[in-house]
Design a protein around this ligand. Structure first.
Ligand code: ADE
Length: 237
């Protein structure tokens, strides 16, 4: 998979993709991640990437021209219908679809090339959304000062699901949300630590009992913290 991040703060991404699973996936050639400065695609002499909003109001809006130029440079077109198959152009904004593990999985499965546009200021000129963007995504119901941290979240969540990225010693199958529940608690050695013991069931080697315990604990945790996950789209439990 090839990922291109468009941002006015390329330095933000410094080494953020150079650790753990993402680093390993990059070294193994599973993913290639490039970060581009939107300012370099601004044609005017001041390299402007934002301007005042039509209609008045606070804040600045990101201009369309540099973002169109960047996408045209990367994809050879700014017509969403002409993108090569497997291409996604994602805009990160608080107005987007809330990101869930199932969307992350779909994106990881379907995408060969992804351009991630990090919005800033009060927003991005809507013509970017209307023409270039295939997926507008929010990582949660809170407002960040820009899409950059959200881009890191999206790329991390996706890359770890790419085949081979996690390696053989671990798997995404038991992740929280992958079966609709939060993950169960985990313990490692020592079995006794400052008077706190590991649950007996995990020490006895009975795999059927361990599985049953894990499922019960996952359900308990989900009921306690995320009842919404247990309620279906039509409100049924
Ligand atoms: N930019 C600002 N807030 C955001 C959010 N919650 N998700 C994605 N991008 C954002």
């Amino acid at each position: 998979m090839q990922i291109d991040v468009l941002t006015i703060f390329p330095e933000f991404f410094g080494q953020v993709f150079d650790f753990g699973i993402i680093r390993r996936a990059k070294l193994a050639g599973i993913v290639e991640i490039s970060v581009h400065d939107i300012r370099e695609f601004a044609a005017d002499k001041h390299k402007m990437t934002d301007d005042r909003p039509f209609g008045g109001g606070d804040g600045m809006v990101m201009k369309p021209e540099p973002i169109f130029a960047a996408v045209e440079h990367l994809l050879g077109t700014s017509d969403r219908d002409a993108y090569p198959p497997g291409t996604k152009v994602v805009l990160l904004s608080p107005q987007g679809h809330p990101l869930k593990q199932r969307h992350v999985k779909e994106l990881a499965d379907e995408t060969e090339r992804m351009i991630v546009i990090c919005g800033r200021y009060e927003g991005v000129d809507e013509r970017v959304n209307e023409t270039l963007v295939t997926d507008e995504i929010s990582i949660g119901d809170y407002v960040l000062s820009g899409g950059e941290p959200a881009a890191v979240v999206l790329v991390d969540a996706m890359v770890r699901l790419l085949p081979e990225a996690l390696g053989s010693e671990t798997s995404a199958e038991n992740d929280s949300f992958s079966n609709g529940l939060l993950d169960c608690p985990h313990y490692t050695r020592p079995a006794e630590f400052r008077g706190m013991s590991v649950p007996e069931v995990l020490l006895n080697g009975n795999h059927a009992e361990i599985e049953k315990w894990r499922r019960e604990k996952a359900l308990e945790k989900t009921t306690k913290f995320r009842k919404d996950l247990l309620i279906g789209e039509n409100g049924e439990m």
